[in-house]
Design a binder for this molecule. Structure first.
Ligand code: MN
Length: 156
């Protein structure tokens, strides 16, 4: 009789191994976001790990404030149509499957398009103080308005 590992045993009889999420969805703080934003934790830094991953859901028109990440950030769009801008750059549309990397300390914002939801996975690494971002001014309607007419369905 062959020996089985614990992992094999846990899958026996029920082909899937599922880790149930017991962490509640949180809302993006008004200090750091404009509009309604919902955040689901995916990975939380523990012990030696610096990785902080979350699934961030932006309602139409919602966006982050201007901010920077000490170790940079990767976002990966999973749903909807969004907007992204680096300081000094143009507002760009982002769609499912698009991946954007922000350099460490690069000033930027990201959010939904004016007429669509957008969800992205966010991957950041905390710094020695446990910080993953530093926050600046809100993105004004004028700055965000520059994102109109990027070819979204419903744009005129
Ligand atoms: Mn960011």
């Amino acid at each position: 009789m062959s020996e089985r590992t614990a992992a094999e045993d846990s899958r026996e009889g029920d082909a899937l191994q599922v880790t149930r999420n017991t962490i509640q969805t949180t809302t993006g703080q008004g200090e750091w976001f404009t509009g309604a934003v919902y955040i689901d934790a995916v990975a939380v830094p523990v012990q030696g790990s610096r990785l902080s991953a979350s699934s961030v859901h932006f309602t139409p028109g919602a966006r982050t404030a201007w901010h920077r990440h000490p170790n940079g950030q990767t976002i990966y769009v999973t749903e909807g149509i969004g907007r992204v801008q680096r300081s000094g750059g143009k507002v760009q549309a982002i769609r499912p499957g698009d991946r954007v990397f922000f350099e460490p300390e690069e000033d930027h914002w990201h959010g939904a398009s004016p007429t669509r939801f957008m969800t992205h996975l966010s991957l950041v690494e905390i710094d020695d103080e446990g910080k993953s971002a530093s926050w600046g001014a809100h993105v004004t309607d004028e700055e965000y308005g520059a994102s109109e007419g990027l070819g979204d369905p419903g744009d005129h």
